[in-house]
Write a protein that binds this ligand. Structure first.
Ligand code: NAP
Length: 515
């Protein structure tokens, strides 16, 4: 019989009492495990986390909490093999793609462990300098940041069951805030196993980490004023969360990471035989194929000058033709499956919509699959679309196809390109390719207000840059507008979300006690 995964709720392992939802291997089509949260006492779990977990975490200082993160890093490293196996089975990913999720998550955790060491023995943080409030220097203000006394509820997307969880949990736990994670159902197994390993090892105090796998029903109703919610997923669900009374009436703080039509821009005055052009082509192909394009940061739109449109189409297509798609267990396969049939159908439907306004330059539908069946598996090869007359294809700026699909778009001049990029209404990341530092810096500033990150690639950083789609814990992740308006990571900036800022106005001698 298929195993029903347990939830770690209110300090004990509990199984749901319902029929459960099956998690499926997206390549072989078989059932792997089941999840269910029916019948769990939601109020009890939130109360336990808030009271027991919160109190215990706040009793520690940043250094001690950093040490807990370090212990988790060691444990997760030791169990990496299991996580890879689960990822292959449940997400259909090849090893390199699993590494982004599993190792990326552990790496992020390790970075926040180091930040904890740096923050030292404090139990709250100072924000800025002492500020004089009047002529007399005796009465001043000092802003401080103290950990919020609520829980952090995370509702995550299916595409990063490890990284997507740890990149949120690391700053929350370091801040002293207990975590409740509700992973996306389709890939909840990996998150559940990682949480299980950490809980069973007894690293964290009781109530610091809880997991609930299954329906999200009723979770938001449990939120109270000092809780926070961090959500990653579709714009439609994000809007439901934003309009819930917990946010509108109790001011529960919410961070949203939603969809995004990211872009890559090849600057004018470059040629098809330049190093910058090779870097663009390489990165586009990588972004289309890594995790089968199921990455919130993936390049969806590629902007090149009209004169280089044909050369770019040819160079990208030639590289896409070399990508073998199929069963990730097969040595020759470079790109595995998308996560399930529902996503596969959504990609196919989205692709058809884009094709109503774009040409097909490289057709993934014509590519053979390796060791995978078109009926059973959720494998789909990359497709490159093209738009020669950019002003006539609005849909490519509006519809995010969450799979291995990107559109090449010809622009007239750099102002035209920047204006087209802005049609994405705010994105997570845009990357720039060129060799003129002044032109690159100018374009980066122009894109700054509508992008959480601008990734600038010139030949001098060709071998050392971190990648368009890779989210580094040192830089912020998030974006304005349709990207959700959220902000995560960015080193210590991530801790702000889990702290409350207040101005302490007092005599200088009192304020000295805070230093
Ligand atoms: P989704 O349907 O919105 O699901 C996301 C999460 O919300 C899942 O855990 C889901 O649970 C839960 N959920 C669904 N309905 C809910 C409700 N009414 N109330 C509370 N929670 C609810 O998103 P998706 O289609 O799985 O994810 C893909 C999308 O995520 C893409 O658009 C992608 O761009 C975006 N994404 C963004 C980022 C980023 O960092 N910006 C990262 C990754 C993905 P169930 O799974 O149980 O339904």
């Amino acid at each position: 019989m298929t195993e029903l995964l347990a939830n770690y709720w209110a300090g004990r392992w509990q199984r749901g009492s319902g029929k459960g939802t099956s998690l499926i291997d997206p390549v072989l089509g078989n059932e792997l495990v089941k999840i269910d949260a029916t019948g769990l006492d939601l109020a009890e779990g939130f109360h336990f986390a808030r009271e027991q977990g919160g109190k215990a975490l706040r009793a520690l200082n940043y250094r001690e909490r950093g040490a807990l993160l370090s212990a988790m890093v060691n444990l997760l490293q030791a169990n990496r093999g299991d996580y890879y196996d689960i990822s292959t089975a449940n997400s259909g990913t090849v090893k390199n793609d699993t590494a982004i999720d599993v190792d990326g998550g552990i790496f992020t955790l390790s970075q926040y462990a180091k930040f904890g060491e740096k923050l030292g023995d404090r139990k709250f943080l100072l924000d800025g300098e002492l500020a004089r409030l009047g002529k007399d220097p005796l009465f001043q203000a000092q802003h401080i940041l103290t950990p919020t006394r609520g829980v952090a509820l995370f509702i995550n997307a299916f595409n990063f069951p490890s990284w997507g969880f740890w990149e949120k949990a690391a700053p929350a736990l370091l801040s002293g805030v207990p975590v409740i994670i509700k992973p996306a159902s389709a890939t909840a197994w990996l998150t559940q196993r990682m949480v299980k390993d950490v809980v069973d090892a007894g690293i964290l105090p009781a109530g610091a980490l809880s997991i609930i796998c299954g329906s999200s029903e009723g979770l938001l109703d449990q939120l109270q004023a000092f809780d926070v919610v961090s959500f990653t997923g579709s714009a439609a669900t994000a809007s439901l969360i934003r309009s819930h009374p917990a946010m509108t009436e109790q001011s529960v703080r919410v961070n949203i990471e939603a969809d995004s039509i990211n872009s890559a821009l090849f600057l004018p005055d470059e040629t098809a035989d330049s190093a910058a052009f090779d870097l663009l082509v390489k990165e586009v192909v990588r972004e289309m194929s890594v995790k089968s394009g199921q990455k919130c940061t993936a390049i969806r739109r590629i902007f090149v000058p009209t004169t280089l449109y044909a050369a770019a189409a040819e160079a990208i297509s030639a590289k896409l033709a070399n990508i073998t798609v199929g069963n990730p267990r097969h040595e020759s396969v470079r790109m595995g499956a998308v996560v399930n049939k529902s996503q596969l159908h959504s990609i196919q439907a989205g692709l058809a919509q884009l094709q109503s306004q774009a040409d097909t330059l490289f057709d993934g539908a014509k590519q053979p699959l390796v060791d995978a069946d078109t009926q059973t598996s959720c494998c789909i090869a990359p497709t490159l679309l093209g738009v020669g007359d950019a002003d006539k294809a609005q849909i490519v700026h509006e519809l995010e196809v969450f799979g291995p699909v990107a559109t090449l778009i010809a622009y007239r001049d750099v102002d035209h390109a920047l204006q087209l990029i802005r049609r994405g209404q705010g994105s997570l990341v845009s990357s720039l390719y060129g060799s003129d530092p002044q032109a690159l810096a100018h374009a980066a500033i122009e894109l700054g207000d509508s992008h959480g990150r601008v990734h600038v690639i010139s030949p001098d950083v060709g071998a050392v840059h971190t990648g368009h789609g890779n989210v580094m814990p040192q830089s912020i992740h998030g974006g304005p507008g349709r990207a959700g308006g959220g902000e995560e990571l960015g080193g210590l900036r991530a801790l702000n979300f889990y702290h409350r800022r207040s101005a302490i106005q007092a005599s200088t001698t009192v304020l000295e006690q805070l230093q």
